[in-house]
Design a protein around this ligand. Structure first.
Ligand code: SAH
Length: 370
């Protein structure tokens, strides 16, 4: 109907679609078809859902229901193959999603590069890629080294908007999930654990609907301790990464104000209690800031903090940006920090910055337009 406000089917669980289908007086199996059309076939409009009778599609549309896949507003491509997307949401806000062919060595946690790129059956030229997905418009956590913090928090994303980013980018690359290895990291704009319900719902839709495996997803938190506890109880859950970023409370308070609410003792306590699965490790991310948290003494403090935790560490040299008053340490400094941790028995990897030239690297997501 002209002028009628549209509402999105994307983000509905299978149960919620059953209710919709029932309201339309349709048989139950239509809910499964609709679910498949939205998530597995990744269609953009109800019109394309050819498994549904034409009459049902018309009725869905005329009552203001659409799939509601978010649109790609802009696309920036880096010399290293990374693509940064601005994704337009229904209310005119936008978020960023990053596509990294071959990942950044951090998402698998083993620091490995994939082998040479292969031509796949669908004609795409990658065999492995990682998507970095946003959970909020802006962020409330205010980490002093992160550009997203400068936006403040605008709002939470809905589950549909979180899944929508993934689908829009998968479609842009014509990804066939049965043939291509894809990882998701919830490490874009926002703090996933401050939008917990929508984040978890999105995870379920990605697993049960789109077809991702939970072992190929990682969520990163700045350290929202009560949600770490909740997360450990989820039956379907990604792997957990914790942004440590400092080796003592004094430094951590300075760089991550959230540390005043949940200090290192609280955070590491939750980490120690976290129920890891077979062979699973907790990832700790550590942004190296020159002269602030990057000395050998800091490395030794990290070692003692992580004692007794089945952990690995991802080191990230600061990606700097306008308004960030920290400096990036030298490669030599990064390497000696890494060596100290490795010598203490902690698997430690250095994440390659991806897409720095297009403001797509960690901590650079600020909806930069050019
Ligand atoms: N809010 C979540 C996820 C988003 S940040 C969290 O804090 O974990 C994702 C990762 O990028 C975090 O480990 C964060 O510490 C890191 N990061 C933020 N700003 C950065 C920067 N300027 N350079 C390098 N890494 C940065």
């Amino acid at each position: 109907m002209a002028g009628q406000k549209q509402s999105a089917l994307l983000g509905h669980s299978f149960q919620e679609l059953r209710v919709v289908v029932e309201e339309f007086g349709q048989p139950d199996y239509r809910a499964r078809q609709l679910f498949e059309a939205i998530y597995r076939q990744r269609l953009a409009t109800v019109d394309q859902a050819s498994t549904l009778p034409q009459s049902m599609r018309e009725r869905l549309k005329s009552s203001g229901l659409e799939i509601g896949l978010p649109k790609i507003e802009k696309r920036f491509e880096s010399i290293d193959g990374t693509v940064r997307y601005l994704i337009l949401l229904a209310d005119g806000q936008s978020v960023e999603t990053v596509w990294m062919p071959e990942g950044d060595g951090g998402e698998a946690g083993d620091g490995s590069d994939s082998g040479p790129e292969q031509e796949t059956a669908s004609g795409a030229t990658f065999d492995r890629a990682t998507l970095c997905v946003s959970s909020q418009v802006g962020c409330a956590v205010n980490c002093q080294f992160c550009l997203t913090a400068q936006l403040g928090i605008k709002r939470n994303l809905t589950a549909g908007e979180i899944v929508g980013q993934v689908i829009a980018v998968l479609n842009d690359h014509r990804v066939d999930l049965e043939r291509q290895r894809m990882n998701i990291v919830f490490m874009g704009m926002g703090e996933p654990f401050l939008n917990y319900e929508n984040f978890i719902k999105a995870v379920r839709l990605l697993v049960e609907g789109v077809g991702f495996s939970e072992s190929r997803m990682t969520v990163s938190t700045a350290g929202i301790v009560p949600r770490i506890e909740d997360f450990g109880k989820e039956t379907i859950r990604p792997k957990l990464a914790i942004s440590l970023n400092a080796s003592n409370d004094e430094v951590r308070e300075r760089v991550m104000p959230i540390n005043r609410k949940w200090n290192l003792a609280a955070l590491l306590g939750a980490a120690r209690r976290f129920p890891l699965r077979n062979r699973e490790r907790l990832t700790f991310e550590y942004v190296l800031l020159e002269g602030v948290n990057d000395s050998p003494q800091h490395a030794r403090e990290v070692v003692s903090l992580l004692q007794g935790i089945r952990a690995k560490v991802n080191l990230i040299a600061l990606n700097s940006g306008p308004g960030i008053s920290f400096n990036t340490p030298s490669d030599i400094c990064v390497q000696s920090f890494q060596r100290l941790l490795i010598e203490a028995g902690i698997p430690t990897f250095v994440r390659r910055p991806r897409g720095r030239d297009i403001y797509a690297a960690c901590g650079q997501l600020k909806r930069t337009v050019a």
